[in-house]
Design a protein around this ligand. Structure first.
Ligand code: NAD
Ligand code: DAU
Length: 337
């Protein structure tokens, strides 16, 4: 099986490359990645010499880049991880790049799959397309899409384009919608790695609003196993929710990080809330369990501990990604907030 994986130098994509090469001997992976601020080939240094792995630098929103890859290889499947993925950037730094990559890029890939008759297309989507929950209930695959920020609006648009490709052109597509991931190689703009990095330096931990916004956390390798399961066994045209079934307020997560690192809770600093901040996400991931037999293998606590150990052992990686551009980003997002 030869897979085109887009965005494979990012957080989840790089974990998936490693996962899928380890899980299946007969898999080959071509990784098409534009290497934005979030893409980092260091995340893949242990697999770069594997003869079953190849890297191509390219942008999914540029037709010529995509056509060049499809012209050179014959793929059995495309898994689209490539995206602008950070909500705060879409809110504060402009959403144009989100539209180009997340919407136009997805359509360009779908068109290429159709033209080159690729048998299967998997779109890596998110629970954010469903919007926000009240105090009770969980998102199911039938929950209407109601995205609330520019990032999630572009992800929802992509989901609709995938749906249309299946409905109108009979393409074999599947969509996975997953909750908040954490684990090794996550860029420290996201909650868990940002809090770990700041706590390690005894810097303030900026918690938005009252800290009672709820997210449903899943370990990244559990997400990778779920994507692999849907890729192999999912029914054409279907959507599958994926979640860790561990939904808690942000403050609980931050306090657990501080406890593991033996740092004081006085580092917690409440800052101005994210505009339009979704209050609660919680996934009903029953369909994938019942129909495809997947379920998460790790508990949140053991996976969080392992993740923190990884960051402690990867200080060179962490320092490198937190230098240069990141310093400006942090200043712009958090100074005077
Ligand atoms: P990330 O930001 O860490 O990585 C994104 C990758 O895509 C980077 O390697 C980047 O260089 C690449 N990329 C960006 N624009 C590109 C373009 N135009 N062409 C080619 N490559 C491009 O993201 P992530 O957290 O690993 O998320 C991966 C996917 O999973 C995204 O589609 C995201 O929406 C989805 N998702 C993420 C989460 C989460 O909690 N992180 C949860 C559910 C779904
Ligand atoms: O739910 C899936 C989504 O999870 C993915 O689709 C996105 O790509 C991914 O970025 C993530 O989105 P969130 O906005 O939920 O993740 P983030 O890590 O940015 O924030 C998690 C929660 O923590 C959210 O309620 C905002 C809050 N937060 C975040 C940061 C970075 C803080 O309180 N302080 C912070 O500094």
């Amino acid at each position: 099986m030869k897979i085109l994986l887009t965005g494979g130098a990012g957080f989840i994509g790089s974990n998936f490359v490693r996962y899928v090469l380890g899980a299946h001997r007969d898999v080959e992976v071509v990784n098409l990645d534009a290497l934005t601020y979030a893409g980092n080939l260091e995340n893949l240094s242990d697999v770069e010499k594997d003869p079953r792995y190849a890297f191509v630098k390219g942008d999914i929103s540029r037709l010529e880049d995509v056509r060049a890859v499809f012209g050179e290889h014959r793929f059995d499947a495309v898994v689209n991880f490539a995206a602008e993925s950070h909500v705060d950037r879409s809110l504060h730094l402009g959403a144009e790049r989100f539209v180009l990559t997340n919407v136009l890029g997805t359509q360009i890939l779908l068109d290429a799959c159709r033209e080159y008759r690729v048998p299967r297309f998997l779109q890596v989507s998110t629970d954010e397309v469903y919007g926000s929950l009240g105090a009770t209930g969980r998102f199911t695959e039938d929950t209407p899409l109601a995205p609330n920020n520019p990032y999630s609006a572009t992800k929802a648009a992509a989901d609709f384009l995938v749906r249309a490709a299946h409905h109108s052109h009979g393409m074999d597509t599947v969509v996975t919608r997953c909750s908040n991931n954490f684990g090794p190689f996550q860029f420290p703009e996201k909650l868990i790695p940002l809090m770990i990095a700041n706590a390690l330096e005894d810097k303030p931990l900026p918690v938005y609003g009252d800290g009672l916004h709820v997210r449903d956390w899943i370990y990244v390798l559990d997400h990778c196993a779920a994507i692999d399961t849907v890729l192999r066994k999912g029914a054409p045209g279907e959507v599958y929710n994926i979640g860790g079934m561990y939904d808690v307020p942000n403050l609980d997560v931050v306090k657990k990080i501080l406890a593991i690192l033996k740092k004081p809770e006085t580092l917690i600093t409440f800052v101005k809330d994210r505009p339009g901040h979704d209050r609660r996400y919680a996934m009903e991931a029953v369909k994938i369990r019942r129909e495809l037999g997947w379920q998460p293998a790790r508990t949140f606590d053991e996976a969080l501990r392992e993740t923190i150990e990884w960051y402690l052992a990867s200080k060179t990686w962490l320092n490198r990604v937190r230098s240069g551009e990141y310093v400006k980003y942090y200043e712009r997002m958090y100074a005077g907030r």
